[in-house]
Design a binder for this molecule. Structure first.
Ligand code: F6R
Length: 609
């Protein structure tokens, strides 16, 4: 995730301090770095693709002049990780420089308008439009102060942003603003600071002011002034003392990255609703034309593919084949051909098994499509078209936020395809789109209302020797994912099956008190699933049900239950239903004394076959 930092110092030059602060934001993950300062009416910029130390070795980031500056670590979303796309971005005149974290949804429209007005763009980023938009606003109305030009310009932005802007027109200021991306101010003895996150300035000052959505801040040598973007009115807010250690600050006060990332899902899901339409359209067009479609992935990403096969079938009437990447060459290596399409799903974009499957398919002239979280990864380079899911870096080894984001993107693809194929009515489409938009709030509610309950359930089952996960239909994928999470971080041997299969063998394991988790959305399979619950109960199993809040029937049967809000459409159900299972795995790991961020024997990106 991009990191921004800015400072105005009373004493000393800004660049070395910006450099040091960006180093403290490295944990956010990044691929490029850049700094801009102002001195004697001129803006100076140094930036490049690569790690801070490497870029510094070549460019010497510290020798930029001036006591005011902004800096950025970029995590590519729009445009490859190249020097030209690194921040800060400037306007046509080089008198405005901007750093940005977030996604500007309407950047293509704005870019077109600005290009028609004569602006020249050099990068592929959404951020560059901000610099040109401020320039355009200031040129159109020269009576506006620079601050007011920024305030007016950002009213035209849709999407998420935390920005910091400097200009030679008001060279003693940094203007920052926030909408749905984090921004915090620091106030110290020697200056004022703005950053994506407190660790950036924590060694300098522990006095922080958190900026809210819809606010703009003017930093100057005399301090800070907060205004509301909607009406320019002033907001009074005093600094808070941050008593986190630097390690706690990096995790924003959470004890582990995994729980931080579970809590981030409302935000990451919102970001998946800001994808570039163009790429969704292109991929759904390729899927529509394909003779056969393979959904290829490993681990958690495979579970997203399995769920997607139900989405594509139910919404777009498109049969697809979810395949474990490690099996693809053996299973389909001889038959895959020019008429085959592979949709490879990989959070890292570097998983060796997934890339091997892609290479095999590519050699046989199949079309390769990609879904990944890492722009610039190998998968993005070998795909004909790819989508970046925009979840931000995931640091916990176990995939959580990236799984729900993959599901959201795949659901959007299925919806598009359905529309393209005329398989869905406008009413149904509107209904599902509205439900999809509402999912971030649903997940927020689950985390807020159910976490404590899951914690208690984990205490109850902490000594269980084995767990069973069952679901029907699309919930089979959710059951598999719940099992994988619990196994990999809490080291509890677990099994998962489609619930209908349980009576064809696995049920023989059941004895008194055997914990069985049922994934119970109120979908077409609900009634049959209740029969499966009865079968298990009759043999003494302890039933832990993940249910919709109004599902009194299952609640009565269950020994324990966790609730999700009611009215979730079947094809979207894996997103909210996966969340209690993530929490269960997390709290079981804690109860059993394991560090959930770094499970033994596992790596975040598995680059060996
Ligand atoms: C499980 C997990 C792994 C990955 C798998 C694929 O929590 O993280 O199972 O899902 O290694 O990784 P990507 O998606 O990077 O290809």
């Amino acid at each position: 995730m991009c990191g921004i930092f800015g400072c105005i110092l009373k004493d000393g030059t800004a660049a070395p301090l910006i450099h040091a602060s960006l180093k403290r934001l490295e944990y956010r993950g990044y691929d490029s770095v850049g700094i801009a300062t102002i001195n004697n009416g001129e803006i100076y910029v140094k930036k490049d693709q690569g790690k801070i130390d490497d870029v510094h070795r070549i460019l010497n980031l510290d020798d930029l002049p001036g006591n005011i500056g902004i800096g950025h670590t970029r995590w590519a979303t729009h445009g490859a990780p190249l020097k030209v796309n690194a921040h800060p971005h400037t306007d046509c005149t080089g008198q405005i420089a901007v750093v940005h974290n977030g996604i500007i949804e309407n950047y293509s429209e704005l870019k077109l308008e600005l290009e028609n007005s004569g602006h020249k763009f050099v990068s592929k980023t959404d951020t560059e439009v901000i610099a040109h938009l401020i320039e355009e606003t200031a040129t159109k109305d020269p009576s506006l102060s620079f601050t007011d030009a920024v305030l007016t310009a950002i009213k035209g932005l849709d999407g998420s942003y935390a920005i910091a802007v400097i200009s030679t027109r008001e060279p003693d200021k940094i203007i920052c603003a926030r909408n749905e991306s984090p921004l915090v101010l620091g106030v110290g003895e020697n200056g004022v600071y703005c950053a994506s996150d407190t660790p950036a300035f924590l060694p300098i000052t522990n006095k922080a002011i958190f900026v809210n959505d819809g606010e703009l801040v003017i930093l100057s040598p005399t301090g800070y002034e907060i205004r509301k973007v909607c009406d320019s009115s002033s907001v009074a807010r005093e600094p808070k003392i941050i008593d986190w250690t630097p390690e706690m600050a990096v995790k924003q006060g959470y004890p582990y990255f995994m729980i931080k990332e579970i809590h981030e899902q409302p935000l990451t899901l919102r970001n998946t609703l800001r994808l570039q339409e163009h790429y969704l359209d292109l991929i759904s067009t390729f899927l529509d034309r394909a003779n056969e479609v393979f959904l290829v992935a490993c681990g958690t990403s495979y579970h997203a593919c399995l769920a997607a096969s139900y989405m594509f079938s139910k919404l777009a009437f498109l049969p697809t084949y979810p395949v474990y990447a490690s099996e693809f060459v053996e299973q389909h290596g001889k038959s895959v051909n020019i008429d085959s399409t592979i949709l490879a799903v990989s959070q890292s974009g570097e998983t060796a098994d997934t890339l091997a499957a892609v290479t095999c398919a590519q050699q046989r002239a199949a079309t390769i499509l990609g879904l990944t979280n890492v722009i610039g990864s190998t998968l993005t380079r070998v795909s004909r078209v790819y989508i970046g899911q925009q979840s931000g870096p995931e640091i916990g080894v176990a995939a959580t936020k990236t799984f729900t984001s993959q599901l959201s993107v795949l659901a959007q693809l299925a919806l598009r395809l359905s529309k393209k194929r005329g398989k869905i009515s406008q009413d149904e489409m509107d209904y599902l789109e509205e439900k999809l938009e509402h999912l971030p709030d649903v997940v927020d509610t689950i985390v807020k209302t159910q976490e404590e309950k899951v914690k208690q359930i984990a205490k109850k089952y902490k000594d269980a020797k084995i767990f069973f996960f069952l679901g029907r239909g699309i919930s089979t994928a959710t059951a598999y994912e719940g099992r994988l999470k619990l196994m990999e971080i809490a080291y509890v041997p677990s099994i998962a099956f489609p619930a209908g299969e349980s009576k064809h063998g696995p049920i023989s394991l059941i004895e008194q008190g055997f914990p069985v988790v049922f994934i119970c959305p109120k979908d077409g399979a609900h009634r049959t699933l209740i029969s499966n619950i009865m079968e298990m109960k009759a043999r003494g199993a302890s039933i832990l049900a993940i249910v919709e809040e109004d599902d009194e029937e299952v609640k009565k049967l269950a020994d324990d239950y966790v609730e999700v809000p009611k009215g979730i459409p079947e094809v979207l159900s894996p997103i909210p239903f996966a969340v209690p299972l993530q929490l269960l795995a997390y709290y079981m790991a804690l109860e059993r004394g394991h560090n959930p961020d770094t499970p033994r024997n596992l790596a975040k990106s598995v680059t060996v076959k």
